[in-house]
Design a protein around this ligand. Structure first.
Ligand code: GUN
Length: 295
């Protein structure tokens, strides 16, 4: 392997160490720790697993996290009502409120997300927070996008003047990350291209990238032939694929063909242990920020 590893897990550990002190300072001042409420709807295994990681990480830094479960049969009105009740602190102080996605297909996801007050929106999905980010005065930045930028800054990967190509145009990752890269200052000042399922000559565009981010959820999408030698490749995909040789019968892979791309790229993030732990660390940071802004 030629590329240097973008070790998200190690960086997340260092961020947690700092947050632990800041959380303690907050708790001493206010008389209680910051508190995060996560809404988990239904029994999707992947969502349950992500929520478990978020709660465990919160506990490690001293943030009080509660998971509020709703049955898969809940309708949009009920979920909006639940989020509104949380926002009135009926389940205890809720500095941060996060609705784990995806929601069941019969739910109007946008309506549920819009019920989360902007000042408690630690996911950064509220239109007010999206607007603030687009205007270059970010408050809550979507956690995965913030994590990718942080990872590159930490590794010393230059973005200023460089060409960043993002595959994926989601509100959760692609769009906010494009705004971060295009914004002014550290981790920004890049020239940004967003690619998606309708993009022509995806491989050709990717080959021009100094920084290439894959965020679509397609295993093996990015191959060595799509990567400029020396480029930084960040893999946001988390896909479970069958693997008869694994004890569980499956394993996690990203959107990047790691083995071949690692021979061409200058930097590469692994899956697991790359962007995932940073997403969680950024959520903890947003929760502390929400608690501080409230005081
Ligand atoms: N599902 C996958 N990623 C995310 C995320 O960043 N936030 C929430 N709430 N759900 C997700």
């Amino acid at each position: 392997m030629k590329a240097r590893l973008l070790d998200g897990k190690a960086l997340a550990g260092r961020i947690e160490d700092t947050l632990r002190d800041e959380v303690q300072t907050f708790a001493k001042m206010v008389g209680r720790p910051p508190r995060l409420v996560v809404v988990l709807v239904g029994e999707m295994a992947a969502s349950a697993s992500y929520v478990k990681s978020k709660a465990a990480a919160a506990a490690r830094v001293g943030i009080d996290a509660e998971v509020v479960r709703a049955p898969v049969t809940a309708d949009t009105e009920q979920l909006v009502g639940l989020v509104e009740a949380l926002s009135r602190d009926e389940h205890g102080p809720a500095d941060g409120i996060l609705v784990q996605l995806p929601l069941p297909t019969h739910i109007d996801t946008q309506r549920v997300l819009d019920a989360v007050p902007a000042e408690r929106d630690v996911d950064g999905f509220h239109p007010e927070n999206a607007g603030l980010l687009s205007q270059g005065r970010p408050r809550f930045v979507p956690c995965t996008a913030a994590g990718v930028q942080r990872m590159l800054i930490d590794a010393g990967v230059e973005t200023a003047g460089k060409h960043a190509v993002i595959i994926g145009r989601s509100d959760i990752v692609g769009k906010p990350l494009a705004l971060l890269f295009a914004g002014r200052g550290k981790g920004g000042d890049a020239t940004v291209t967003i690619c998606h399922s309708r993009s022509e000559d995806l491989a050709g565009i990717c080959r021009k990238a100094d920084i290439l981010v894959a965020a679509v959820g397609k295993p093996g999408l990015v191959t060595a032939g799509m990567v400029k030698p020396g480029a930084a490749v960040v893999d946001v995909g988390i896909n479970r694929v069958a693997d008869p040789s694994a004890a569980s019968g499956s394993r996690l892979v990203g959107d990047v063909d790691f083995a071949s791309v690692a021979e061409v790229a200058g930097w590469i993030s692994p899956v697991p242990g790359g962007v995932g732990p940073l997403t969680v660390a950024m959520l903890l940071a947003n929760t502390l920020l929400a608690a501080e802004l409230r005081m």
